[in-house]
Design a protein around this ligand. Structure first.
Ligand SMILES: NC(=O)c1ccc[n+]([C@@H]2O[C@H](COP(=O)([O-])OP(=O)(O)OC[C@H]3O[C@@H](n4cnc5c(N)ncnc54)[C@H](O)[C@@H]3O)[C@@H](O)[C@H]2O)c1
Length: 284
């Protein structure tokens, strides 16, 4: 308890999934929360995104822990919305110490066309940069920026080349995000502001559990079910498990948000059940 006591954490994509879990876990450890989410669908994304009710649920869960939360509907693709939402949160909560930039979409399927590439890169890469840039004026020594990448960024491209432009955009965005974290961490280290990436493998969330994702994992079946997909999810891992829990990612986020990691920066932290090991040689 109290590992991030007194800190204010901004989380994008906080209405559900991992983002909500990070909000709750950081609040359990003493942080107040600025929770942002688009709470609307995007045409090229083949599953529903979060709703306003989802964002309200996140707010209630944090308040139950006796922490404060400012929950705002905002689109990471729109710098002016990000600036306004962050300013509102800081106005109410008094500062900003942790940024968790993790809102993203995954548009799998060759039929989705190039719009899926554009929208995915806009949310998953430009959205992260917009978030960090909007937060910059408020960050001081001791602050921690955490960006959520993906195991996909660290795997060879051939594994993804049949899943269409949205999939290619996802891999590009997450790879560029990893590079961005490396460069930003280098630039901000003299100011003692840390920047790290967390790269999850399959996580038990709506981004994984939808028909479009099941179809990519089971191209041999016309209408694969969750059970069909679960039979093969584990093949991307060294460990015999199909996916990890949001808590597994939140534990990494809490560590990187806390002062326990005060000399950890530029880290590409994989939480991937050994998924990287399956396809990569050791590289010093
Ligand atoms: N679920 C997985 O298998 C998996 C695997 C690797 C990496 N990730 C990454 O983990 C992070 C969290 O994803 P998740 O699993 O919780 O998925 P999710 O779909 O449950 O959550 C993503 C959230 O982002 C929000 N969002 C989408 N576009 C937005 C925008 N333009 N502006 C603001 N909010 C927006 C959605 O409404 C949703 O609440 C993402 O960065 C994702 O790429 C997920």
């Amino acid at each position: 308890m109290g590992r991030v006591e007194g800190k204010v954490a901004l989380i994008t994509g906080a209405a559900r999934g991992q983002g909500r879990n990070h909000a709750v876990r950081l609040a359990m450890e003493g942080a107040d929360i600025i929770a942002l989410d688009v709470c609307a669908d995007i045409d090229s994304v083949p599953y529903p995104l979060a709703t306003l009710e989802d964002l309200e649920t996140t707010a209630r869960l944090v308040e139950k822990l006796d922490r404060r939360i400012v929950a705002v509907q905002a689109d990471v693709r729109e710098p002016s919305e990000m600036r306004a939402a962050i300013a509102r949160g800081i106005d109410e909560l008094g500062g900003l110490h942790v940024v968790v930039a993790q809102a993203a979409v995954s548009s799998l399927g060759a039929e989705l066309g190039t719009r899926a590439w554009v929208d995915t890169v806009d949310v998953n890469l430009v959205g992260v940069v917009n978030t960090v840039h909007a937060a910059f004026p408020y960050l001081a020594a001791g602050a921690s920026v955490i960006a959520t990448g993906s195991l996909v960024a660290l795997r060879p491209r051939r594994a993804y080349d049949k899943a269409g432009p949205g999939s290619a955009g996802y891999k590009y965005a997450k790879l560029a995000l990893a590079h961005y974290v490396h460069e930003l961490a280098t630039a901000l280290a003299p100011e003692r502001i840390r920047v790290n990436a967390v790269h999850p493998t399959n996580v038990d969330s709506p981004m994984l559990h939808n028909d479009a994702t099941y179809r990519q994992f089971r191209r041999d079946l016309e209408n694969p079910t969750r059970a069909d997909a679960e039979e093969v999810f584990a093949t991307v891992h060294a460990m015999p498990d199909p996916y990890v829990d949001p808590d597994d990612i939140s534990h990494a986020v809490v560590y990187l948000a806390s002062d326990e990691s005060r000399f950890v920066t530029g880290m590409q932290l994989r939480v991937d059940a050994g998924g990287y090991l399956v396809v990569n040689e050791f590289r010093p």
